[in-house]
Design a protein around this ligand. Structure first.
Ligand code: SF4
Length: 54
């Protein structure tokens, strides 16, 4: 069961353990946003580094 949603972090990745499920929010207090290119050029270069598969 997830704890309360964090209204400051919207997220649609409902496959994640930390997704609020009933709404499109994260339940963590803080997430780490990462990039997987040395220079991020577009949105596809960024990811949530706090994702954990459910
Ligand atoms: S940890 Fe990242 S991917 Fe998972 S619910 Fe939170 S913001 Fe979304």
């Amino acid at each position: 069961m997830n704890s309360a949603r964090n209204n400051s972090i919207g997220c649609v990745v409902n496959e994640c353990r930390f997704h609020a499920k009933d709404t499109n929010h994260c339940t963590l207090d803080k997430i780490q946003v990462t990039k997987h290119e040395s220079m991020a050029k577009d949105i596809e270069c960024t990811d949530c580094g706090s994702f954990v598969k459910e």
